[in-house]
Design a protein around this ligand. Structure first.
Ligand code: MSP
Length: 689
């Protein structure tokens, strides 16, 4: 992928059969990050998203709602558009396949292929899946169910129009082989290639008789038919360029697209149907079709019937737009499946964002406020040469790493590289201990170096993270006094480590990422959705990392001193106890809670969680599995054999997809300080009161 010229990126156009969910948000946020990155780097970007409004699914949804399909689409379209505004999606155009101009282009292409005799009429008899809107052959179908969605299929026999897709098989194989980047990731490329090399590619039915489906674009050469929804939908990527370009992009030739982002379930329609359609139309093929993975929710498939569909609006409202955007791209490597849970999101927000970049800004600005006239000082002599060199090296390499990552759509790798720079800066501040340097006038030049380096790194971090979290990074830049126009191409110097920050007037503001406090359940691992009360607190009050606390206490207290020596470990300040609830309960209420002694039989960490440990405990007559948030304090091995106290009659709940059948009692607020254990020999299952 080049770093100059145009960049055309698309998302799938989403069916308007229901409101948007996390899957829609995922692709669209990923596309937005790429679009924003390349705009900042100076490429002329065209970012397209939109809606797929025809076909059986939409017709059925409208019928269910008892309204006309167009009215149904008009009612649902704003739900998508509003979500994109909320999530700060910077699309340049929004296409709806019911747009008259789009319909014209589809009809023009149909006519062209018909005239070239690449579309013919034939009898067809096969198994039809209404849900997937496609025919299957006899050998595909076992037990009258669709091999794809497992819903019942029906035997249909009808005249239809076919696109001669089969004749492009060899040309397509050849194209895939010659263009490494055409289908991504590699595993998906191999899948498609494997299929094309072992099975005969059949022709594609591109019509539906109006007697069966009327909600579609009429075939220009036979008014008894509408076109298959995929023939209509895929054309959007080209038709949009005819009538939707922004003013400034008129005159740019955006086709072929650089990236079609799609989910893994719709790779075949893009890699095979769309590619062969383009070949037949003599249009160049896109540079890359990238298929991302799917989200499960708490370990389960997301579905309406399960009632676990994740609403992106809610996530953005509860956790913040940028934190949600960050989480989507940080949690799993792009291309692989991932599991969504609110617990994982809280861990990511509190860890990477509140304690990470948010706190780095807060502690840096606090020091600049305190030790200077609120301007970033020029660098003095080295304070910690080794670490300073390490930071300079990491920062200098970062832009190239990011470019490489964005070319490969490796969002997570990029966020990891950025996170490493944050950690290095934290280590630097902890070790350089500016609050100590400030006490000795002789160390004043070194103090300036530390402040300068920290601010410098933050400036580069704002630039690097901006595509992921535009609003917050603009806030960061403002607080740092760094004037930069993120709506324009950034100057090359913005990516340079040595770009001067000295003399910038800082303006410390509110914390970038308020920490999310989960009442009780966070420490013991019960279901966040049902039981947790999520409160946002100002991270400055939580004293995330030590500098600002230490600054507030001229002579560090032993507690603060301990924190200073283990800088990244804990987030709870010694001096900020949680408010005590004035709510009193009766003894009867208390007696409803069944507390029991339980013996820990085994313990293991929950993968990808810093905090969670999965315990198997014995209650004498039964064994239970409990997921507890005690992993920061305890090693699993140290827990086996202990007799602890659990709440035995708590409704089972899932944490990161793992069932927890009870709750462990522990002392501590946000962080566990100690597990309640029974020293004496008592039988597991003994009541505790
Ligand atoms: N209308 C077609 C696309 C036509 S493009 C020319 C369509 N629409 S869809 O609304 O059903 O799906 C849109 C996208 O959402 C797909 O890329 C699909 O992979 C994605 N997802 C649906 N559920 C998902 C998850 N659980 N997780 C991640 N993405 C998921 O298909």
């Amino acid at each position: 992928m080049s770093t100059s010229g145009t960049f055309y990126i698309t998302t799938p156009i989403y069916y308007v059969n229901d409101v948007p969910h996390i899957g829609h948000a995922y692709t669209t946020v990923a596309a937005d990050v790429l679009a924003r990155y390349w705009r900042l780097r100076g490429r002329e970007v065209f970012f397209l998203t939109g809606l797929d409004e025809h076909g059986q699914k939409v017709q059925q949804a409208a019928a269910k709602a008892g309204i006309d399909p167009q009215m149904h689409c008009d009612k649902l379209a704003p739900q998508f558009e509003n979500l994109w505004r909320k999530l700060n999606i910077s699309n340049d155009a929004f296409i709806r396949t019911t747009d008259a101009q789009h319909k014209n282009v589809v009809q023009r292409y149909l006519q062209e292929l018909f005239d070239k005799q690449l579309i013919y009429k034939a009898d067809y008899s096969g198994w039809y899946c209404t849900f997937d809107e496609r025919f299957w052959t006899e050998k595909d179908v076992a037990d009258s169910v669709c091999p794809d969605c497992k819903r019942p299929v029906e035997k249909l026999s009808e005249h239809n129009y076919f696109f001669k897709m089969g004749q492009y098989q060899d040309q397509l194989i050849d194209h895939i082989k010659k263009h490494d980047r055409f289908i991504r990731p590699e595993s998906r490329r191999n899948e498609v290639l494997g299929f094309l090399q072992t099975q005969k590619l059949s022709d594609l039915s591109i019509s539906r008789p109006k007697s069966r489906l009327s909600w579609g674009i009429e075939l220009p050469f036979d008014t008894d038919y509408v076109t298959y929804v995929w023939f209509d939908a895929l054309v959007n990527y080209v038709s949009a360029l005819e009538y939707l370009p922004r003013e400034k992009s008129v005159g740019h030739d955006f086709w072929p697209a650089n990236v079609h982002l799609v989910g893994k379930d719709i790779l075949t329609t893009h890699a095979v149907y769309w590619s062969t359609m383009l070949m037949a139309l003599n249009l160049p093929l896109p540079e890359t079709i990238f298929a991302h993975g799917w989200w499960t929710v708490d370990g389960e498939k997301m579905s309406k019937s399960r009632g676990n569909v994740v609403d992106p609006n809610k996530m953005a409202d509860e956790f913040g737009v940028d934190a949600f955007r960050y989480f989507l791209l940080r949690e799993v490597p792009f291309g692989q499946d991932g599991d969504f849970s609110q617990a994982a999101m809280v861990t990511s927000i509190n860890g990477d964002l509140a304690n990470g970049i948010g706190n780095l800004l807060s502690r840096t600005l606090t020091m600049i406020e305190r030790f200077t006239d609120r301007t970033i000082p020029a660098s003095g002599p080295p304070a910690l040469p080794e670490l300073e060199e390490k930071i300079a090296r990491a920062a200098t390499q970062l832009p190239a790493t990011l470019e490489h990552g964005f070319n490969a759509l490796a969002f997570r790798d990029n966020l990891q590289a950025i996170g490493e720079l944050v950690s290095l800066c934290d280590e630097y501040i902890d070790k350089a201990a500016p609050w100590k340097l400030a006490k000795n006038p002789g160390d004043a030049p070194k103090l300036k170096t530390v402040l300068n380096h920290s601010a410098q790194a933050l400036r580069l971090l704002a630039v690097s993270l901006h595509p992921f979290m535009p609003q917050t990074m603009e806030q960061l830049a403002r607080q740092l006094g760094y004037r930069v126009d993120f709506s324009k191409t950034l100057p090359a110097s913005a990516y340079e480590w040595d770009s001067p920050v000295a003399d910038l007037p800082i303006a410390k503001g509110t914390p970038l990422f308020p920490r999310i406090e989960i009442a009780a359940s966070d420490t013991v691992g019960i279901d966040l959705k049902e039981n947790a009360k999520i409160e946002k607190k100002e991270s400055s009050k939580q004293g995330a990392k030590p500098v600002s606390d230490t600054l507030a206490t001229p002579e560090p207290t032993p507690a603060a001193a301990t924190q200073t020596s283990t800088p990244t470990a804990q987030a709870t300040p010694a001096a900020a106890p949680a408010p005590v609830s004035p709510l009193q309960i009766s003894i009867d209420d208390f007696m409803k809670v069944q507390l029991k002694a339980a013996k820990i039989l085994s313990a293991e960490r929950v993968p990808k969680s810093e905090k969670l440990i999965k315990l198997q405990v014995s209650l004498g007559t039964e064994q239970r599995q409990i997921v507890a948030g005690i992993g920061k304090k305890y090693d699993p091995d140290a827990l086996v054999g202990k007799t602890i106290v659990i709440v035995a009659n708590l409704k089972p709940a899932k944490l990161m997809g793992i069932e927890s059948q009870g709750m462990v009692l522990a002392a501590g607020d946000t962080d566990v300080r100690g597990l309640l254990t029974i020293q004496e020999e008592v039988d597991p299952g003994t009541k505790v009161k």
